[in-house]
Design a protein around this ligand. Structure first.
Ligand code: UD1
Ligand code: CA
Length: 458
């Protein structure tokens, strides 16, 4: 069986983005726009992917390098035909070649599958995917004869007034057999832009008596190309809508899809409820029956089943089942919460392990700490983990009770079921089952108000 090689043209500059970042690397729904194209091409059956790179190629290659991806360099951007020709050395003679553009993040595998199937069943030498556009300006137009057969594609800049009225356009997505490379070598730059047009290979193949077809897409949105930042925002919105649809279809409740931002790689379990103004990003995995939001932001984190995250931020952390977080908690990278942990309002946790059933309900900072099970941390507790030079660990063993407003000056260990007195600054280890208290004895001055009065009258 023939292999499918996807060739993604991505050497162009993308001037209208006005950016130091290569156009195809601009993120849409959290990943570079070209990564959406690559993912969908793979899903449609592409066995290998070749990226034609040129402008900003170091950035592009660094970001996209990975298994199954090859790069070929187009030193000078002499046109789309010249770009595809660069892929010849890495394509085998028996391959079906699927040409794609790097800037169409709304592309979906279904459209590509349809194109591939049609190309194969029709035993075509070249098939171009087309679309009808209410505003076709800027695109190449599809010229058909009276019988509806494709004759050629004319670029906007080369088109006559009549040709410009044609609303069927070239998507820039094609299937070819290997013969395309011989056709590419026949191209000239005899056109307004002085470029080697990939589209001209179709004429070349037709003149050789080869079968060349044009297939209208079933989904116009798919071929939407990004040239500037307002188109980028449009694509972002579309992908966001699609993601919400997909999640809802899989059994997730989204109270308000309009204000819910879930990036494409995120997974969410059944019967989880996402409340408004919530962002879930990166490779986050949310379990079943959770309640997330309103107003939570979860980045590259794992959230267990039945957990609540109310108006809080969770970054690169792992949260167990049935935890209760927020409102207004901040879990920073490296936080691990075991099951049934309660993290309340205005609590910040950094790089710490919190054992099952432990509670840090209010106004605390816990950093570089390890807490056992069923620890209770009183309001206002601070781990003093940093002396200005180094970070030190705090260990709190099972069942310990940290009194409100305790400063734990690390490195320090609080033993199993030990207690610290409220307001203590603990600088020495507290052994298991004992009380650590550090505070000056309280003074009481009798009749204070009476004395004040006397002082003031004199
Ligand atoms: C091209 C098509 C046009 C089609 C449109 C769809 C040609 C001649 N025209 O026009 O019919 O309607 O796409 O979007 O093919 N690229 C390279 N190297 C180059 C030139 C381009 O890699 O030398 C890449 C670009 O990075 C981009 C893609 O090819 O990803 C398309 O190039 P672009 O310049 O945008 O072509 P259009 O003029 O839009
Ligand atoms: Ca374009």
């Amino acid at each position: 069986m023939s292999k499918i090689t996807g060739v993604v043209l991505a050497a162009g500059k993308g001037v209208r983005m006005r950016s130091a970042l290569a156009k195809v690397l601009h993120p849409v729904a959290g990943i570079p726009m070209v990564s959406h194209v690559i993912r969908e091409a793979r899903e449609a059956g592409a066995d290998q992917l070749v990226l034609v790179v040129g402008h900003d190629r170091d950035q592009v290659m660094e970001k996209l390098a990975g298994p199954g991806i090859q790069f070929v360099v187009q030193e000078e951007q002499l046109g789309t035909g010249h770009a595809l020709l660069q892929a010849e050395p890495v394509v085998s003679k028996s391959d079906l070649i699927m040409v794609l553009c790097g800037d169409t993040p709304l592309l979906q595998a279904d459209s590509l599958r349809r194109l591939i199937d049609f190309h194969k069943t029709q035993k075509s030498a070249a098939t171009v995917l087309t679309a009808r556009m209410s505003d076709p300006s800027g695109y190449g137009r599809i010229i058909r004869d009276e019988a509806g057969e494709l004759i050629r594609i004319v670029e906007e800049k080369d088109a006559s007034q009549d040709e410009k009225k044609i609303d069927e356009i070239n998507s820039g997505i094609y299937c070819f057999d290997y013969q395309v490379f011989s056709a590419l070598k026949q191209l000239t730059t005899n056109n307004v832009q002085g470029e080697y047009y990939l589209t001209d290979t179709l004429v070349e193949l037709i003149s050789k008596g080869r079968r060349v077809l044009a297939l209208p897409t079933a989904n116009e949105e798919d071929i939407y190309g990004i040239n500037d930042r307002s188109q980028l925002a449009f694509a972002e919105k579309k992908l966001r809508q699609r993601k919400c649809q997909e999640l809802m279809a899989a059994g997730v409740t989204i109270i308000d899809p309009e204000t819910t931002y879930v990036q494409s790689r995120v997974t969410i379990g059944q019967d989880t409820i996402i409340e408004p103004f919530t962002m879930i990003e990166g490779n986050s995995v949310i379990g079943e029956r959770c309640a997330i939001g309103p107003g939570s932001r979860i980045v590259n984190s794992i959230i267990g089943a039945g957990t609540k995250v109310d108006s809080s931020r969770v970054v690169e952390s792992e949260v167990g089942d049935r935890c209760d977080i927020g409102p207004y908690a901040y879990l920073r990278p490296g936080t691990i919460l075991k099951q049934g942990v309660k993290i309340g309002d205005f609590v910040e946790i950094k790089k710490s392990l919190i054992g099952a059933g432990s509670k840090i309900p209010h106004l605390s900072y816990v950093g570089d700490a390890t807490l056992g099970q069923n620890v209770n941390v009183g309001a206002g507790t601070i781990t003093c983990n940093y002396d200005g030079k180094n970070k030190y660990p705090t260990l709190i063993e099972d069942g310990a009770f940290i009194g409100s407003n305790t400063n734990l000056v690390a490195p320090v260990t609080i033993g199993e079921k030990a207690v610290t007195g409220a307001g203590s600054t603990i600088t020495k280890d507290v052994p298991p089952f004992s009380l650590g208290v550090e505070r000056a004895p309280q003074k009481v001055i009798d009749n204070w108000q009476e004395r004040e009065k006397m002082d003031n009258n004199e």
